[in-house]
Design a protein around this ligand. Structure first.
Ligand code: B12
Ligand code: SF4
Ligand code: SF4
Length: 230
């Protein structure tokens, strides 16, 4: 595994991946993905000035960035799968943003699960992954594998404290106020249908209603990034 780990660092850097870590996913991968007991979780920071302009909804700059970062996530994941296969392992790249189960509004595997298990951050009251440094101003990627990677210590606690800024900011009243613990039902934090409906009715011009980010912009942990950069 040492050889693969040496190869991974320059591959991740060449796609401008901000952070990555190894996750123990034993028992967490459903159905046909059950063969994969490890994950590599990737974090891609978003451009601060673009994120800071989302207080009234998505912008053209955000829609473009969303596309570009998704392409970088998928390109990095594909290259990492190839590197793992060359080393004799099986691997599968979770798509950056594909709703494979439209009925239940879910993907095939949740990037946030890999990220918390890889010790990279927690799920906030905005139902998004926050890192200490970038807050929720990040997008995520995941490669699932059966390679015996040494996993990090998972994050198991929210650091949101008493803050409620994202809940107050959401125009759809989709954020429910619940705090995250590993395995808690999504509904405790987010009414996914309300969020989805709001985006589709108000922001259809941006990727058919897949963009919003008002709650992401409002987060004080994200806002710190702007203050650090100015
Ligand atoms: C479907 C989908 C949506 C749906 C449902 C959202 C949801 N939270 O489920 C809707 C349309 C509402 C949506 C909206 C948005 N989305 Co969206 N979406 C997805 C998608 C494609 C699948 C999510 C899914 O499967 N949900 C099912 C539920 C059960 O899971 P979840 O909330 O994602 O994650 C849960 C688990 O990870 C669990 N968990 C965490 N750690 C652990 C540990 C253990 C042991 C266990 C058991 C569980 C567990 O906690 C979470 C909450 O319950 C993902 C991509 C992906 N494959 O992950 C992007 C994704 C979640 N979306 C993303 C974003 C940015 C958005 C929006 C801001 C829109 C935009 N791009 O402008 C909004 C934000 C809404 C919000 N406040 O959360 C990002 C989130 C980035 C981040 N920092 O977290 C993702 C990860 C895409 C990406 N590649 O970065 N989205
Ligand atoms: S992304 Fe969803 S939860 Fe966040 S502010 Fe927009 S509608 Fe509300
Ligand atoms: S706005 Fe506050 S409560 Fe919401 S995710 Fe950020 S720190 Fe947590």
């Amino acid at each position: 595994m040492e050889q693969f780990e040496k190869e991974l660092a320059p591959i991740a850097a060449s796609h401008r991946c901000t952070l990555y870590g190894f996750a123990d996913l034993e028992g967490l991968t459903p159905g046909e993905l059950g063969r994969f007991h490890r994950g590599i979780a990737f974090i891609f920071q978003m451009v601060p000035w673009v994120m800071d302009q989302l207080s009234d909804g998505p912008t053209q700059a955000y829609a473009v960035l969303y596309d570009q970062v998704n392409q970088r996530i998928d390109a990095l994941s594909a290259e990492v799968v190839r590197a793992l296969e060359r080393a004799g392992h099986q691997a599968w790249a979770v798509p950056a943003s594909v709703r494979s189960d439209p009925e239940n509004i879910r993907g095939a595997f949740q990037h946030k699960t890999a990220a918390t298990r890889a010790g990279l951050g927690w799920v906030g009251k905005n139902c998004q992954l926050l890192t200490k440094y970038w807050g929720p101003w990040v997008r995520l990627g995941t490669v699932l594998t059966n390679a015996p990677l040494k996993p990090a210590v998972p994050v198991t606690k929210s650091r949101c404290g008493k803050c409620t800024r994202c809940i107050e900011a959401c125009p759809a009243k989709a954020l429910q106020g619940g705090s995250w613990t590993p395995g808690v039902d999504r509904d405790v934090m987010l009414d996914a249908r309300a969020c989805d409906h709001y985006k589709k009715t108000h922001f259809r011009q941006f990727h058919g209603g897949h963009n919003c980010g008002i709650c992401t912009q409002a987060c004080p942990v994200g806002q710190k990034v702007v203050r650090r950069k100015s």
